[in-house]
Every structure is written in C-alpha cells, then in structure tokens.
Design a protein around this ligand. Structure first.
Ligand code: SAM
Length: 278
C-alpha cells in the first residue's frame, strides 16, 4: 500500500459465529501488512484461516500507549494497519480508543468498518421500546461501587445496556432489582453461539429465573434495562414506599404494603427500602 492510502482500519471480528466476519473485514485483514491485535495468540487462528500474511503486533490494555507509537510509525512509513480485539468492535469495552486517538492526533487516516458488537446485536433483539439507549459497558466489580453507579443511572430515561461476566451476573441483577425496582430486564446470552438466548422478564423476577437453572448463568451476557419513565418519575410502587417509610413504618411492612397497594414486586421494593434507609 502506498503512503497516500495508509490507514488504520478498525475491524470488528465475530462474537462467536465466524460467518459474521464481513467481506470487507476479510479483505482488509488479508491485504494489510500489519494487524494490531488485543491478543495475537487468540487472533492467530482467524488470521491463519483467512490466509492473512500480515505481521502482528500486540495492542492490549497494558501496552496501548507503546502500541499506538508503533502503529503511528507504521502508518507514517506508508503501511496500513488493521486493529482488532478478541471479539466484536475494538474500542467498545475493549482496547482501541487510545490507539485511534494517537493515530488521529498524528494526522493519519482512521477507517472504521461496521460489524459485530454485542451491545447493538443484543439491543436489536431486545424488543425494548425506548427511543434512546445508553451503552454503559461493564459496571464496577465491587458491590458498593456498582450500586452507586446504578443509583446514578436510576432516572436516566433511556434503555441501559450493560456487559457482564458470568461470575457476577447474579449479584449485578440483584443490585439492579434493588436500585431500579420495576423495570423490564432483557438478558442476552451467548449471542451468535450455540446456546444463544434472549429472554425478557420483569426485573423483580430475574434473579429467581437465573437461579432456577445454572445454565442460565453461563456464558457471555448483555443485560438491558428499560429506561426510567420520562420526567424522573420514580414509579408508583416507590412513591408509595417512600410515603410509608416517611410515616415510620418498618422496612418490611412498608415494602409489603406498597406492593399490595400498587402491584409492584415486593422483593424489589424491600431491597429498595433497605437502600433508601442506608
Ligand atoms: N468489543 C466487544 C463488542 O464489540 O461487543 C466487547 C468486548 S468486552 C471485553 C466482552 C463482553 O462483551 C462480554 O463480557 C459480554 O458482556 C459481551 N459479549 C461479548 N460477546 C458476547 C456474546 N457472544 N454474547 C453476549 N455478550 C457478549
């Protein structure tokens, strides 16, 4: 490739199903002299299968700065580079943003390719009717910080999209139920793979549903919540709960009564009451 056309190509790779690699992505990976990969060993088989001749260089979370310098050098020498992560779109809860920023700052060309991304793939099958969505990615792994982050999102009038690891899905869903009360949760698991499931249910029932079958807790997850009612309305259940708590009722009784009066889920209101008391 000549200097004039040297570019950093941001190339999404499949989430699971190899047939999801686009023809354009395939062509770029086959023809560029360099591929910057999150994990060169992980991406090796894909590149081999494509018959790619490119040399690889690592560009992961811990070396992104140095990788960016090397990539800019290659581009300035007139050689194109494809940037890939282990799966999905680089820079989306994956390394890549720093490399792109450095390349742009150096005045070199960045060419984004459309392609697989767990968030948009999951959303397209969610059936959530919110006009807008907010992509959050991973929540903090520590309980207190996670609940705090969720609290901050509570009144956001957009569908909320999270990534989550299997070993944290139960605690995250429990925290969501405690913070958000009544919402719709859509659980998308193992997208594009053999055990792909997309399941929609009231948030208050989600923990029990996940616990009913350990297989439901396995694999990779996108969790999507319907947005807050516009105008920051807390919902009828929570409004009544707050009144009862303010009147001095014990937590459990307030949750029980608020649930009976409004039809909201008792457990979710109880968790919410505990948080409000904190
Ligand atoms: N860059 C990727 C993208 O474009 O979606 C995301 C990478 S992030 C490190 C990995 C997370 O994405 C997983 O923990 C999971 O939350 C989500 N994810 C990736 N593949 C998935 C799949 N096949 N099904 C459901 N979620 C997936």
């Amino acid at each position: 490739m000549t200097e004039e056309f040297a570019a950093l190509y941001v190339v999404p790779t499949p989430l699971g199903n190899l047939a999801d690699l686009t023809r354009r992505a395939e062509e770029v990976l086959r023809t560029v002299p360099w591929v910057a990969a999150e994990d060169t060993r992980h991406s090796g088989p894909l590149l081999k299968q494509l018959g790619a001749q490119a040399r690889t260089l690592p560009a992961h979370q811990h070396n992104e700065h140095e990788a960016a310098v090397r990539i800019v050098e290659r581009l300035q020498a007139g050689e194109s580079v494809a940037l890939i992560s282990d799966a999905g779109t680089p820079g989306i809860s994956d390394p890549g943003a720093r490399v792109v920023a450095a390349v742009r700052a150096a005045g070199c060309k960045v060419v984004p390719l459309p392609g697989p991304c767990a968030a948009t793939t999951a959303l397209s099958a969610s059936g959530l009717l919110d006009e807008h969505f907010l992509f959050y990615g991973f929540l903090p792994s520590k309980g207190g910080q996670r609940r705090q982050a969720l609290e901050e999102l509570r009144d956001t009038p957009c569908a909320l999209v999270f990534y989550e690891a299997p070993h944290r899905v139960l605690e995250t869903v429990a925290d969501m139920a405690a913070v958000f009360g009544e919402r719709t949760l859509v659980i998308a698991r193992e997208l594009t793979k053999l055990f792909e499931t997309v399941h929609s249910l009231p948030l208050g029932q989600a923990l029990d549903w996940l616990k009913e079958d350990p297989n439901r807790q396995r694999g990779e997850f996108v969790l999507m919540l319907s947005g807050a009612p516009k105008g920051g309305d807390d919902g009828e259940g929570e409004r009544v709960l707050k009144l009862l708590l303010a009147d001095g009722l014990p937590t459990k009784q307030a949750a029980k009564l608020a649930a009976a009066i409004t039809g909201a889920a008792k457990n979710a209101l109880y968790e919410r009451a505990l948080l409000l008391k904190e």
